[in-house]
Ligand binder design. Sequence first.
Ligand code: AMP
Length: 425
Amino acid sequence: MPFTPLGLSPELLKALAERHYAQPTAIQTAAIPSILQGRDVRACAQTGSGKTAAFGLPLLHLLQQRMTTVLAKQGVLILVPTRELAAQVGGTLFALAAHFPKRPKICAVFGGVSINPQMMRLRGGADVVVATPGRLLDLVAHNAIELGSFATLVLDEADRLFDLGFAEELERILALLPAKRQNLFFSATFPPKVQALADTLLHDPVRIELPPDDALKPAITQRAFRVDADKRTRLLRHLIKEHAWSRVLVFVATKFAAEIVADKLRKDSINAEPFHGVLSQGKRTQVLQDFKASRVSVVVATDMAARGIDIAGLPVVMNYDLPRSAVDYVHRIGRTGRAGLEGLAVSFITADAEAHFKLIEKRQGVTVAREVLAGFEPTEAALPAGTPAPGVHVPGVGGVKGKRPSKKDKLRALALAEGSEFSEG
Ligand code: AMP
């Protein structure tokens, strides 16, 4: 079934067509008509089910209607557990509203970054606020937002809001919202506490429960950026800030690199710590505790030290240096996408690591598109296949200890030293 029968505005349909959403997902088909009617909704929905658009489309539709009439201004408040999700949901809604004659004001607000720009953005009110609970209460305390005019509340990933200890903040926020409002409740699971909140919050809700879809199992998205070796730290910094990543585990090849990269990030006000075998056990435990509690946002680690790291909800793993083997690669990226959450694994591919990454892709049976970011275009040329990356030992290449290097080995060494082209045969 296409989207058309759902009665969404032409502007929304245009945005959907641009995103190549040909038809609504199951949760969208189930939720959109009820939300348009103003009903409360209780939906059991996994990440990846299309739940953002399931509440975003009808809420934007209603907002668009209100914006073209003289109806009193009412805000939509969307509470989410993490800043990544706040940025993501805000971005999706912004894109879906791209063709509205008058663009709604959509603000994503979350902790871990300066509050002042968010206070400025909220001046004069906002149509949609996507927020993490702690920062929202800070903004209320600063008189930057008045919750009495938010007549629609969405709880996104309600179970994770509880897991992350936001129960008390939620209660305080609920007390500030108008009593008469539309409530939309989305959660992947309904343990007793979550169910109890749903029961008190929702009035005669439409219940949506979809059979779990195996295709929606948490997935690790792999991305690869081509970049010059000496621009990697800058690119890392850029990505962390751009995507508001709250916790990133960065893998480097040496203890030295761990220290240097962490130091450079700290100089740029990113809370980073090195993590390697030379640090005392006490220090390592401290770093891990701080990382888990989000007091440290980036840990720069060597493979050896990272073996034992198991952090629930780690959203991003970064290969600043590629690991030596494909097995290590799988081990590294498996640190994310745990406990039913989506994960992102990003690799930096310098020119001399290209051949090695191809090998890693081959072992996994996948290909990862190479991306180049504006401002970080690589200038180094890729070495031909078969050339080892510095520090990476590829059996059969570079000579075996005790044996005299062959002519081919010598040529390779020369090519490496001079950075010139080398072709076999
Ligand atoms: P969500 O569950 O909201 O995180 O969405 C999961 C993914 O599905 C996102 O990448 C969306 O862009 C995508 N998506 C949502 N709705 C549709 C649709 N109707 N058709 C195709 N993709 C969709």
